[in-house]
Design a protein. Sequence first.
Length: 341
Amino acid sequence: MPAMLILGIESSCDETGLALYDAQAGRLLAHALHSQIVLHRDYGGVVPELASRDHIRRTVPLLRQVLSDAGRSLGEVDAVAYTQGPGLAGALLVGAAFAEGLAAALGRPVIPVHHLEGHLLSPLLSSRPPAFPFIALLVSGGHSQLMFVAGVGQYRLLGETLDDAAGEAFDKTAQLLGLPYPGGPALSALAERGRPDVCRFPRPMLHSGNLDFSFSGLKTAALTHIREIGEPGEQQRADIARAFQDAIVEVLVEKSLRAVEQSGLGRLVVAGGVGANRELRRRLDERTGKAGVSVFYPEFEFCTDNGAMIALAGALRCAADISRKPAGAFAVRPRWPLDDC
């Protein structure tokens, strides 16, 4: 019998997330998340050793919180899903070791989950879930990919970034503008006060003839512009942020629509941290509406790394009898192509 109550554990980077998903009812019972933003802010980015230690401190309290919020006991858990990769090796090991140990103690199976698969499937947690097949745009701090998704565990890579991911470019350019960590959301907020077309940055690979991306040159263009004008004033900083965001959004939107058109499908899923960008959503809603394409997003709370998406992916994999195994020897996969899971 497929597992009914799935515990999901996410610890791939700088968020510790746990959740309980009821596969029989098809609903999320509870989830809890701790972000390490304050911990890493003074360093301007994630410090792997500090991240790993904080995951250790947070996992048990978050588990207790989730069980309490769901009104369930640990003995009712039927399977444990955890993020096996990609991510920071030490951070992944914390979640994997906890999941494997807990599952062994309970005598339950474990379900290793690909972190990006969790993001890709997260819109299924919404009240308006997409149906398979669909095109997925995965955009985060470490990944920018377009995937053809035929079903759970059936993924084909259509295009990806050749250098910096979109989220990484946001963060690096935010640093150039003196914005605090995490830079992406801060840059987007600043861009709202920017004036359109005061400055303009290139649209990398927009007419490349394929579905790949490249964002490192865009970051260099921003750096060059800042050096040319000297120390930018507040309005100039906002104008630069606006121009930078407009360039990334235009490329993401155009390539996504091109992928949908080439596939012959009418459904696009957008997921990952950058999927929370309001300008990206606005432009996609506008363009997909004109093209007759349905676009789906996760709820804002599930755009960041979280345990709910891992619990859901585990439940779907368990139902499809994919990757479920007895607890025991395990290994994490810091680098792991999504189409190889």
